[in-house]
Design a protein around this ligand. Structure first.
Ligand SMILES: *Cc1c(COP(=O)(O)O)cnc(C)c1O
Length: 215
């Protein structure tokens, strides 16, 4: 499965993030040994434990909801935070990145699903946050907004999922036109919908169960 998935991502110019949450170190090592370097986790404590136990050239992605008071534990090493959904969190990431003398790349999580989800900003809120960041570059010099992240509704209705992915791409277009801000990364697509996501322009798929088995 891994090689097939990797080939699909390579062909689409997308990064494969292997979502290893709840899976043991040994499962990560198996993929590491065949060359996989991008791994995603959704809990800070688990991410820190795995970071400490594994080779340091792994690029760690934080993909789940992040509490402000936990940013400090990952600020020194995290590669990309996919789930920024408030100005407060953005400010905290900036502060902790600054303490570590680095710039942390982040994605803004946008609510694209029809179903009621707890996390993510509306398209308008996301635009507002990106606008603030481009208008006042001195405000958060140690964070860089590099793209958008979204999760489609968990449904078999391909038409609906496609519509939801299109919303994220359209927001990327709007940012380019209205804010003159080019956001490179679009993190969308999971085990059930990654092919659709790639065909709609995803640059980063987050795949767990398809690679590691069900949780
Ligand atoms: C768990 C998780 C994934 C991976 O889900 P699978 O269906 O196992 O591929 C992707 N993104 C986020 C935010 C997750 O929490």
């Amino acid at each position: 499965m891994y090689q097939q998935l990797l080939n699909q991502c390579t062909k689409a110019n997308a990064t494969l993030v292997a979502v290893s949450k709840t899976k043991p170190i040994s499962a990560i090592e198996t993929l590491y040994d065949v060359g996989q370097r991008h791994f995603g986790e959704n809990r800070v404590q688990e991410l820190v434990e795995k970071y400490e136990a594994l080779p340091k050239d792994i690029k760690w992605h934080l993909i789940g909801h992040l509490q402000k008071n936990k940013v400090k534990y990952i600020a020194s090493f995290v590669h990309l935070i996919h789930s920024v959904d408030s100005v407060g969190l953005l400010n905290t990431i900036n502060k902790e990145a600054s303490k570590n003398n680095r710039v942390i790349d982040v994605l803004i999580q946008v609510k694209i699903a029809q179903e009621d989800t707890k996390y993510g900003l509306t398209a308008d809120e996301a635009m507002e946050m990106i606008r603030m960041n481009t208008d006042q570059p001195d405000l958060n010099p140690n964070v860089k907004i590099v793209g958008l992240m979204g999760m489609a509704t968990f449904t078999d209705d391909q038409t609906q999922v496609r519509e939801e992915f299109k919303r994220l791409i359209s927001l990327q277009d709007t940012c380019a036109k209205e804010l003159n801000m080019s956001l490179q990364e679009i993190s969308m697509g999971m085990s059930g919908d990654y092919e659709l996501a790639l065909s709609e322009g995803s640059t980063m798929v987050r795949v767990g169960s398809l690679l590691f088995g069900s949780r």
